[in-house]
Design a protein. Structure first.
Length: 498
């Protein structure tokens, strides 16, 4: 079973100066010598270094207290999440899954072997509690590809104790600086090994967008990158990860559909179909999550004397059962050949985009016209919904308007880099509109679920009254949203780019 550890550390060059005395720095009462540890790690990546390009490291290490497989994800400068799995001869499937969106069909091969003689010191306070671990590492890096090559260096590493204050590392760094120790230019030992063996491949920065096609492709590239980067977070069930991946999917699909004057739809329409499929699969988990949270919050707000105990238990069981099944299904989707093929297709689209003539034109005119078309279609849908009486037909019409409002929002967002403030204002207005329409749709779905839960509760001999109270409140929320819609729409419509 894998475990995750937040690693907060800093690395320093230490060719000559070594580790100075840190007693008295930031509450350090003593520096304890913990002896020499021999570490032997083999780092894996694809031949074209897809993991290194994303600042990920995957290694199999022996020696020390944490021997095993380690996969590290960057969080912030000097901060990484390390996911550990027990030592084995082959890469554990749970770690392989976390890099699948980047590796796909490529093979993971050993690239570098790092052997470190680690001289360990524990920095402790007056009570003996660990503040940080400081070590001096004598490193030998061996390139394992056919080109070969070996380099050596010495570095200092200071890792904050679990739950420690990162400000403590600032104080240590000041002391190290006074001793002539400077921060390392490389974020990790692997990065340094790749650089010093001439094996590091720096990613090519995309050029600043100029044409309409440049702006659309830059937006699509950002969404593709988000889909890839969020894959591990979704698998790990990180809060909000499913939502963010679903948004990236919708943004990409919206851009393909809105900017058909820029990209050939004969190529992009099939991709949009696959993006719609992925968004739907993501929705199984996300919609369940949102609905469960909404109903739980509403139920918590009811007076206890309404007999909400059984309702709480039934709702919790419903949410747990549906949620667990949905997440397992979603993990299967991410592992599927269909999903990996979609990622490969997006890569191919960006590498060789099917540009039309408009792609080379002025981005303000081309993108602005496309956004205005989406806004005109949205106008038709909203006005139709407002003309219907309250009821199921209006609910359906408002749901369609909500979907179009999202597309208009993403279109304006994609055009912001070219159109500036007008597109930014329209994006904000569409976000406000979709929030209102989203709350209305959530109420529709909540009432449907409450009817189902009430029927099951009644059949089990439980009181269905709490569900009825919640149903009435959801009706009131929907009515309030419908009453507010005309004014919210008037404000949104005033942000037209025209």
């Amino acid at each position: 079973m894998a475990e995750t550890k937040r690693e907060i550390e800093r690395k320093y060059e230490s060719e000559d100066s070594g580790l100075p005395d840190l007693t008295g720095v930031g509450g350090v009462a003593a520096v304890l010598d913990k002896g020499l540890v021999e570490l032997d790690a083999t780092y894996y990546d694809t031949a074209d270094q897809r993991l290194a390009a994303a600042s990920l490291t995957l290694r199999r290490r022996t020696g020390g207290s944490d021997a095993g497989w380690h996969l590290k994800f960057p969080v912030a400068p000097g901060v990484r999440d390390e996911i550990r799995a027990p030592l084995s001869d082959t890469l554990p499937e749970e770690l392989a899954a976390l890099v699948r969106s980047r590796v796909r069909e490529a093979q993971l091969v050993p690239l570098v072997r790092l052997r470190s003689a680690r001289d360990v010191r524990h920095l402790v306070d007056e009570h003996g509690a660990l503040l940080a671990e400081a070590s001096v590492d004598a490193v030998t890096a061996e390139r394992l590809t056919s080109e070969g090559g070996t380099v050596q260096w010495t570095e200092i590493e200071v890792e904050l104790a679990d739950g420690g204050d990162p400000a403590f590392l600032d104080q240590v760094e000041k002391r190290l600086a006074r001793a002539g120790v400077r921060p390392s230019a490389s974020p990790s030992k692997l990065a340094r090994a790749l650089e010093r063996t001439g094996f590091h491949r720096k990613p090519v920065e995309p050029a600043k967008p100029v044409t309409a096609g440049d702006h659309v492709l830059a937006y699509l590239r950002a969404q593709r990158d988000a889909l890839v980067a969020l894959d591990p977070a979704v698998r790990l069930d990180t809060p909000d990860a499913v939502h963010r991946m679903r948004v990236a999917t919708r943004r990409a699909r919206g851009a393909l559909r809105t900017f058909r004057s820029v990209l050939d739809r004969a190529v992009t329409d099939p991709i949009a179909v696959e993006l719609k499929w992925l968004a739907g699969e993501l929705g199984i988990d996300r919609d369940q999550e949102v609905l469960a949270e909404r109903l739980t919050t509403a139920l918590d707000a009811l007076p206890p004397d309404l007999g909400t105990g059984p309702a709480h238990e039934r709702l919790a069981s419903w949410a747990a059962a549906r949620g667990a099944g949905a997440h397992a299904h979603l993990t299967g989707v991410l592992d599927s050949s269909r999903h990996l093929a979609l990622l490969n297709t997006l890569d191919a689209l960006l590498a060789d985009p099917p540009l039309r003539k408009a792609a080379a034109r002025n981005p303000k005119k081309v993108l602005g016209k496309a956004v205005e078309k989406d806004l005109a279609r949205l106008t038709t849908l909203v006005e139709r919904a407002l003309g219907l009486p309250p009821g199921e037909d209006r609910d359906l019409a408002l749901h369609e308007a909500r979907k179009k409002a999202k597309r208009t929002r993403y279109a304006a967002e994609a055009a912001t880099s070219a159109l500036g403030t007008p597109a930014r204002d329209l994006t904000a207005a569409m976000k406000s509109l979709t929030t209102l329409l989203g709350d209305h749709q959530d109420s529709v779905m909540a009432r449907r679920t409450l009817r189902e839960l009430a029927a099951v509760a009644h059949a089990a001999g439980e009181s269905a009254f709490p569900y009825g109270v919640l149903y009435a409140r959801e009706e009131a929320r929907a009515a309030a949203a419908e009453a507010e819609l005309p004014e919210r729409w008037r404000k949104a419509r005033s942000r037209s780019l025209g």
